[in-house]
Write a protein that binds this ligand. Structure first.
Ligand code: ADE
Length: 310
């Protein structure tokens, strides 16, 4: 705006939001179910000292082309009562992690969740060139991909949430080299655990793909398509390192021993699950450059759906 001729744009009037119940604890704040007018919303409340995370997360949501079925829909960010709020769509089923604790998956449930999750991740990773009046979308690395940050919609498709650590990479601009021992230890790729110092765009996308492999493993571990019993839900590596692994625990298993979550023999005897497992192993390859892209995982899951839906 022109400071001489006009007044600054006034902020949108705040619609009243009523907080109803605490639903989740995030890295930087708590998530409540609330209502805004008649709509159910999720409200993530950050303390003031987490202002940087609140800013970073809304900056990602406000990028062009961030409306996608498989990316959590952002509604607003505002300061209220000395706290920082981030308001988004509410999904009653909550996170994939919570869902897997309480539910087994049929073969079709598993494919639907896996395919929609890969579609969301591929969309984030892709850039969209600007054209005419349409703005460009940069490639985005999530950097904290895990089953807690994948939400399930009521039709059992996935949407990706929690962009507090995400990074954007504008096409043609060199991102500089960004240091990166961030994310959740359990889901850290070997090169992150090893303490490699800097990564470029492609390296960050490959780090997301490693974590995506672990989440796909979580899906398979709760899928009823294989013969035999289905174990209670466990996080990836929970069997090996328990619920509160140190960085050293993760380094020992993932870097030194090159361990990955257990693949049961019964899974490999199911021809569809075998394809899933092959894809998972290509996601979590020790060699980052050998990992498949999110687009490729998405394509494979679509092909698998076509084969098994007939
Ligand atoms: N937990 C974290 N974010 C959520 C959301 N948007 N809806 C439901 N549960 C959530």
């Amino acid at each position: 705006f022109d400071p001489v001729l006009s007044t600054p744009p006034s902020p949108q009037p705040l619609k009243p939001v009523q907080l109803i119940e605490l639903r989740a604890h995030g890295r930087f704040g708590e998530v409540y179910k609330g209502t805004m007018a008649t709509e159910a919303v999720a409200v993530k409340i950050f303390p003031m000292k987490e202002k940087v995370s609140w800013m970073m997360e809304q900056d990602i949501y406000k990028l062009p082309h961030m409306k996608h079925d498989n990316v959590l829909r952002f509604i607003a960010a505002e300061k209220r009562d000395d706290k920082l709020w981030l308001i988004s769509q509410f999904h009653d089923l909550g996170s994939l992690c919570d869902y897997l604790k309480g539910h087994k998956l049929t073969w079709l449930d598993m494919l639907k969740i896996g395919e929609s999750m890969a579609k969301g991740l591929a969309y984030l990773h892709d850039d969209i060139p600007g054209a005419g009046h349409s703005e460009a979308k940069p490639s985005i690395a999530h950097r904290d991909f895990k089953s807690k940050n994948v939400l399930l919609k009521s039709d059992l498709t996935a949407c990706i949430a929690d962009f507090g650590l995400a990074l954007k990479f504008d096409a043609g601009k060199s991102a500089g080299e960004i240091h990166g021992l961030v994310g959740t230890r359990r889901y850290m790729a070997p090169e992150v655990l090893e303490g490699a110092i800097c990564f470029n765009r492609d390296a960050f996308l490959r780090i997301d793909m490693y974590a995506c492999g672990l989440v796909l493993w979580e899906l398979v571990s709760r899928c009823s398509a294989a013969e035999g019993q289905i174990d209670n839900y466990q996080l990836p590596f929970e069997e090996e390192v328990g619920t509160h692994p140190t960085l050293e625990d993760m380094q020992e298993y993932v870097v030194l021993k090159k361990c990955r979550p257990t693949i049961k023999e019964t899974w490999l005897r199911h021809s569809g699950l075998e394809v899933m497992i092959n894809t998972i192993e290509e996601c979590w390859d020790q060699d980052a450059e050998a990992r498949v892209s999110a687009n490729c995982v998405h394509e494979r899951l679509i092909a698998l759906s076509r084969l098994t839906n007939v």
